[in-house]
Design a protein around this ligand. Structure first.
Ligand code: GLC
Length: 742
């Protein structure tokens, strides 16, 4: 046994030293190192590397199995997820390296979606910052803390575009827009894998692009439900963020639960080979989602798990998460000629390659340093970073009569169960985040404004019909100058398996808000939620609305600092907030239709008889404690040649009395295409800071490549013709100009 490990390490050492000697043939050296291990492996050991089991440290799916330590020992499991801490991963790694025959090190995966211990805002919240540096920083800190805790692989970034607020997993993504989603996916991969994509760095971790693909478009917004869309919509709208993450260097991809066009993604050769490997040139490995191979029997695409395993391997799946299908059936499928053993070799090669890239063969315990873990987890600079990102993620949706910012020393009534909650601040997918040491929003407001100036009453729960606390809340509010009511969803009401048939504020929270408003005092609503909500009623009751999402470990402090104006809110919505669920799906890049709403005739046009077409709050919307004016939209030329570039510029002035930040957004519209084109498409944005009274000219470069789409003949490219260009602080209120593409 020991001799094999020694052999392995010698091989690794020799080739790694060669590796350093001739960096230009790194790939070749990598392949040599992989082949040197492959040569030693039995078929059972190869299949073992294609197996991923959860530890019992966390539960993220429907099935659990015991005995994974023995599986590791026997070489039947080469990868573990949901295990963390340096100590525990060291224990498991030791079994793999010192007790299995070949000593191949384990991958340790975990859902480090928006933080490992220091938890950042949920991803939908982070995306609302439109601050790519902040988003990268969040992923960087998350990777450092995860790597220090034994994790070398995160199941993130989630790159699923979605226009479905009923779907609870919109909380994990970057909203409805493919362009913004792509930039954010890149930033997250960079944060996880490091700006040089150096996976051998002990503080970088392997990113995993998920959920491939189009998981964000489930029928009726019901998680795991059928996805059906045209190939053009898939390629134009849903594919770009996955592509961007892969182009940024992500070395693993997770196949999704859903079917697309009748084929479950986990068994789709079109998705996992034709698109992912051939079209996108993906070189890493594909892991399934949790038992998604097994679930192809339920889908009805195969008759049994053995067939499911064959379909998955032939489609391009390299690793089976928790399903035990590859372990149980792959060897026999090879013997029966159902699958070619070469596919197993290809899969194992891709997995081992990544393990070499991570440096695991050079030092299997590089992520298992308990001293480093103590130093890095919850480091003060990490908590500071979280506070910063949390503040930048918040969106001011309403602020009548300058109800905000609050003034220090005002008598404030704080109402709502969520105001006193710490757990809810972390949202779903909180990984190893703790909350026992955290301060709630109420705690932080008391600290900031003085205990004697804060009166708290729960009023009602975040769900349920109990109104018994109303009276006390009203009494508390009567004694205050202003009311701050924190309302929204329980943290478990978004995330996986958390779809809703309503997007209203749950329970009787809004009923209590109505009673508080009747006191004729300024009422500020702070929202904690994981999806766009129908705020039609709340928007008439509240004088101010701050969308705080689930802002993370320092979230209570972040909310407080925004409420009191220490930070001027700068976030912008990345998903449309409808007036009612009846408008869904509703998104800014809609088509004009043959009977657009602006037609003269009052009846025969694309409209509702009971509701306007436009949303309550549009994509890209967010207010500030100051105001911004846009003027002088200009183009360097009104003609763009097929090999040229033009510049669009606008003057932005901070016309309010407060320094602030603005997200300047640039959209285009292709007026005539070989297929109909959206009325707007985001093509650029820049988040700027302006002092009170300051002006700045912001410029966007426009090139023909930015105007490309899948044309009528399914070729990808732009088409000559007339275009409109829009620049503004959201997708609705814009300055407009036009140009021709020659
Ligand atoms: C879950 C999720 C996926 C996650 C995986 C491992 O079912 O769909 O996003 O990464 O299982 O926890």
């Amino acid at each position: 046994m020991k001799k094999y490990i020694f052999t392995l390490l010698i091989i690794a050492f020799i080739s790694s030293s060669c590796n350093k000697a001739n960096i230009s043939s790194e790939d070749k050296r990598l392949d040599q190192r992989v082949d040197s291990v492959m040569k030693l492996m039995t078929l059972d050991e190869k299949i073992g590397q294609m197996v991923l089991y959860t530890s019992d440290w966390d539960v993220t799916g429907p099935t659990l199995k015991s005995g994974y330590l023995d599986d590791i020992r026997k070489g039947n499991c080469g990868n573990i997820f949901n295990a963390h801490t340096a100590a525990y991963t060291r224990k498991l790694q030791k079994i793999a390296v010192e007790e299995s025959r070949l000593g191949i090190p384990l991958l340790f995966g975990y859902d480090v979606i928006h933080g490992h211990k220091t938890i950042f805002p949920i991803s939908l919240g982070e995306s609302a910052s439109w601050d790519l540096a902040a988003i990268e920083k969040s992923a960087r800190v998350s990777a450092i803390e995860a790597a220090a805790s034994g994790i070398n692989w995160t199941f993130a970034p989630m790159c699923d575009v979605s226009v479905e607020p009923r779907w609870g997993r919109v909380s994990e993504g970057a909203g409805e827009d493919p362009y913004l989603g792509s930039r954010i996916a890149e930033a997250r991969v960079k944060g996880f894998q490091g700006e040089n994509n150096d996976l051998s760095d002990p503080l970088t971790i392997l990113a995993c692009v998920k959920h491939f693909a189009a998981y964000g478009a489930p029928l009726a917004g019901r998680d795991y439900n059928t996805v059906d869309m045209s190939e053009r919509v898939f390629l134009d709208t849903y594919l770009p963020p996955y592509k961007a993450a892969i182009d940024a260097g992500a070395m693993s991809v997770m196949s999704s639960f859903n079917e697309l066009d009748g084929i479950p993604a986990t068994g789709s050769k079109y998705l996992l080979t034709d698109i992912l490997r051939k079209k996108l040139g993906f070189k890493g490995f594909v892991v399934t989602d949790y038992t998604s191979i097994n679930e192809m029997v339920n889908h009805g695409i195969v008759a049994n798990e053995s067939e499911a395993g064959a379909l998955a391997l032939n489609a391009g799946v390299d690793m089976d998460m928790q399903g035990e299908v590859y372990f149980k059936y792959l060897k026999k499928s090879i013997e029966d000629g159902l699958v070619d053993e070469k596919l197993v070799d290809d899969a194992v090669r891709r997995i081992l390659r990544v393990k070499f890239m991570l440096g695991l063969f050079d030092d299997p315990y590089k992520y298992c340093n308990e001293e480093r873990e103590k130093q890095l987890v919850y480091a003060p600079e990490h908590l500071e970073a979280e506070l910063d990102v949390a503040k930048k993620s918040m969106v001011l949706l309403k602020n009548d009569n300058h109800s905000l910012p609050l003034k220090k020393g005002e008598k404030i009534a704080v109402i709502g169960e969520l105001a006193a909650s710490t757990r809810d601040l972390l949202g779903s997918w909180k990984a190893a985040g703790d909350w026992d040491f955290m301060k709630s929003t109420l705690d932080e407001i008391k600290l900031y404004n003085g205990e004697k100036n804060v009166i708290y009453a729960e009023g009602c729960k975040k769900m349920g019909e109990d109104r018994s606390g109303f009276a006390a809340a009203i009494a508390a509010a009567r004694r205050a100058d202003k009311i701050v009511m924190v309302i929204g969803e329980d943290w478990e009401w978004s995330g996986e398996a958390a779809s809703r048939t309503s997007i209203n504020v749950p329970g009787v929270q809004t009923e209590l808000l109505e009673k508080l408003k009747a006191l004729n005092k300024p009422v500020v609503v702070v929202l904690m939620n994981g999806r766009p909500l129908d705020l039609s009623k709340e928007s008439t009751l509240a004088d101010a609305i701050l969308e705080a999402w689930y802002p993370g470990t320092m979230g209570g402090k972040a909310i407080t600092q925004v409420l009191f104006g220490d930070y001027n809110p700068s976030g912008k919505l990345t998903m449309t907030f409808p007036r009612t669920l009846g408008q869904v799906p509703i998104f800014y890049y809609e088509k004009n239709t043959g009977r657009p709403i602006y037609l003269e005739n009052p009846k025969y046009k694309s409209r509702y008889i009971d509701c306007p077409n436009d949303p309550l709050y549009p994509f890209g919307f967010g207010l500030s404690y100051t105001t911004f004016a846009y003027s002088d939209i200009k183009l360097s030329s009104n003609e763009l040649t097929s090999d040229g570039e033009i510049e669009a510029s606008v003057n932005v002035t901070n016309t309010g009395g407060v320094n602030g930040e603005e997200v300047v957004q640039c959209y285009v519209r292709d007026l005539v295409g070989s297929v109909t084109r959206p009325v707007k498409e985001l093509k650029g944005f820049e988040k700027i800071s302006l002092k009170a009274g300051q002006s700045k000219v912001i410029t966007f470069k426009i090139s023909p490549e930015m105007l490309a789409f899948y044309r009528a003949d399914m070729t990808y490219g732009s088409e000559p013709g007339d275009f409109k260009l829009f620049i503004g602080g959201n997708s609705r209120d814009v300055k407009e100009t036009e140009f021709k593409l020659k």
